[in-house]
Write a protein that binds this ligand. Structure first.
Ligand code: PLP
Length: 403
């Protein structure tokens, strides 16, 4: 079968809720992926940062294979010998007090919402049913009904009402708006350190530092969604470290498994996670031995192979070089570490066609919102690979004239 045959199968039998680039991939290794016709591409999306460690990392693969032969799932009705060691290792690495494992990122977000609401009623004394959570305009926290209910993206919500009440949305990067939105019933502020899906939006310097202070003053829990920014992507283990703060709850997912397996977690704060009693919350697959073994290996290689440091230095280099590309289409280059967005002028005709042109050059990336090309290669990328990408990006940005 060739590319068109696979696409036809998807179109014939699949729900039509995605519009991927027409490339059918069948193999990946490190920063590279290959399509069914044998063409090679450099992956500059990393599955939205789930592949920070590179495709099919041999050590994670080995951990997965070993564990898959021994024990994969017992449910939380019983204990397993991967869970405790995973807890200890992730808590020590992230300086967390406590952890709750789930599967998808959205489930980690839902878990945090449940936890801080319950904390609000049990500890803060918020009247029953009145808890308020503040979120930001242009957020992305996943696709469950509760989560899309507080999205500002019309398409994410259209046709899905009614939604869960109790959320208030304010402009991202604006601390005055946060202060003004807080009431005695506010239990938490849920925010991404950098809005990834929202177009790689970097808040003003010191934003999280001020946010931390405002939350402290008002006894409001700060929940950082680091599902995309965490685990090395921005050149630190967590993006919060750029502002030298600690959240009350941190959400991780995506790269927690290096792309092998859906595993997510809510980290930290004994006080908040301590509100859960047996039976309050759960997941059949959450904390399963296979997932834990994979996550342990995925975290280990991130540190052992210096991926975080490399994301910092190479990210800085990549961004500096991108800023030097002199194209009339480019409005702004921004980001942190290896999470970079190139925002195009509206006259450029949208980012999609540039992504298609890059595909033809052997680079896979995806537009986010209409006018932003997001670049987020695996953190194991080398300088010479970046130079190779830069040359092609420069060519594409300069050759594609306005329609
Ligand atoms: C991807 C993402 C999620 C949702 O994760 P899923 O695994 O797709 O449910 C939540 N928050 C952020 C910031 C993300 O990037």
């Amino acid at each position: 079968m060739i590319t068109g045959d696979f696409i036809q199968l998807e179109n014939e039998f699949g729900a039509n809720n995605y519009k991927p680039l027409d490339v059918v991939l069948s193999r990946g290794q490190g920063i590279w992926v290959w399509d069914v016709e044998g063409n090679r591409y450099l992956d500059c999306l990393s599955s939205y940062s789930a592949i920070n460690q590179g495709h099919c990392h041999p050590k994670i693969l080995e951990a997965m294979n070993d564990q898959a032969k021994k024990l994969t799932l017992v449910s939380r009705a019983f204990r397993n010998n991967q869970l405790g060691p995973f807890y200890k290792e992730i808590c020590e690495l992230t300086q967390s007090h406590s952890v709750l494992p789930m599967n998808s990122g959205a489930e980690a977000v839902e878990t945090a919402i449940k936890a801080i609401r319950k904390w609000g009623y049990m500890e803060k004394g918020v009247p029953a049913g009145k808890a308020e959570i503040i979120v930001c305009d242009n957020n992305f926290h996943g696709r469950t009904l509760t989560i899309v209910g507080f999205s500002s993206e019309a398409q994410y919500k259209e046709g899905y009402a009614p939604f869960t009440p109790g959320f208030i949305s304010i402009p991202f990067g604006n601390t005055t708006a946060l202060e003004n939105a807080i009431t005695p019933n506010t239990v938490g502020f849920l925010v991404e350190p950098i809005q990834g899906e929202g177009g790689v939006i970097v808040p003003p310097d010191g934003y999280l530092k001020s946010v931390r202070k405002i939350c402290d003053r008002n006894n409001v829990m700060l929940i950082l969604d680091e599902i995309q920014t965490g685990l090395g992507r921005t050149g630190k283990l967590f993006a919060e470290e750029h502002d030298d703060i600690q959240s009350d709850l941190t959400l991780v997912g995506k790269a927690l498994s290096g792309g092998f397996y859906p595993i997510s977690a809510v980290l930290s704060n004994k006080e908040v996670l301590g509100v859960f009693k047996p039976g309050d919350h759960g997941s059949t697959f959450g904390g399963n031995p296979l997932g834990c073994a994979v996550a342990r290996a995925a975290l280990r290689v991130l540190i052992e192979e210096n991926m975080i440091k490399s994301a910092a230095t190479l990210g800085e280099y990549f961004m500096k070089q991108l800023k030097e590309i002199n194209s009339p289409h480019v409005k702004e280059v921004r980001g942190k570490g290896l999470l970079i967005g190139i925002e195009l002028n509206h006259t450029a005709g949208g980012a999609r066609r540039f992504c298609e042109a890059l595909q033809a050059e052997g680079i896979l990336c995806k537009e986010t919102h209409q006018h932003v090309i997001r670049l987020a290669p695996p953190l194991i990328i080398q300088r010479e690979n970046i130079d190779w990408v830069l040359e092609k990006i420069a060519r594409v940005l300069n050759s594609k004239a306005k329609h």
